[in-house]
Ligand binder design. Sequence first.
Ligand code: MRU
Length: 338
Amino acid sequence: MSFRAIEWIDDDACLRLIDQKALPTEIRYLDHATPAEIAAAIEDMTVRGAPAIGVAAAFGMVTAALKGLDLAVSDRVLRASRPTAVNLFWALDRMKTVWAAAATAPNMADRLLAEARAIEAEDIEVNRAISRHAMTVVPEGEVTFYHHCNTGSLATVGLGTALGIIRTAHESGRRTFAYLDETRPRLQGSKLSSFELMQYGVPHAIVVDGASAHVMRTRKVDMVVVGCDRVAANGDTANKIGTYNLALAAADNGVPFYVAAPTSTIDLSTQTGDDIEIEERSAAEVVEIGNTRSAPENAPVFNPAFDVTPARLITGIITERGIVRAPFADGLARLLKR
Ligand code: MRU
């Protein structure tokens, strides 16, 4: 079975999204025809993953032009959907270079559609290139990965970033195994990454987030690969909550820790991880499992959706232009100049 997380439907002038909230038990698609609908889908995580939300927002601007809505207002609505992943702002900035230059042009919707399609097509290429570079550091023969959250085809429009590396290792003939952090509280690891790897036939095991240090100490793990939502100029990296714990466990056990990052996720205007806004989400995500409450009524909750892994814990950042290693400030600046 195959699926597409995001698809622009020309005939219906809408963005079709696989509803990631319903996976893996139900595969259903929802159509979105206005910026407000697409912003809501990003916010409630019908669509999620940094590259995917950037692409969805880009098509959101297309719906705005098709409906004759104010483009500046639509841009603001989409920007307000989630704060941490810079891909959202990067994609909207690209769309803005189109609409701000000629806001009253009669063929604005066509121009915006062309740009959104370009962003979408580039993501597919970028994912392939990340995997190609990654294979230079993935052991030949046999490899065991550790992965957090979901960074595959559901989080992008292509192969995926970190999960794409795992899939590529498997498809290149390496005997591949992956430990997948379940990824509380939204369970992207067990619900989405396992769903994807089952389809590709990649052997794996879901583990609870707290198991990572134990697994690395007692079993063979060759490398951690994770995605990211924003890389600061000094290499500090924001990703799904729990990534920092994983990096600490990897460091203590001598396991290389790689971040897969499209250059669209690198934000040189953010100096360090301390400058990255960390999204906080609802208490319900933490204290409700399905329809069952897992904490006393009104129990206080703190629910940061992301954390920052300091650059010193990162072995390498695998981009579509190559792998950057410490010192990251120099390497990232040089990479983006290319
Ligand atoms: O809250 P989510 O599910 O959007 O968080 C996703 C992640 O943290 C991913 O690791 C990141 O966006 C990279 S996806 C290629």
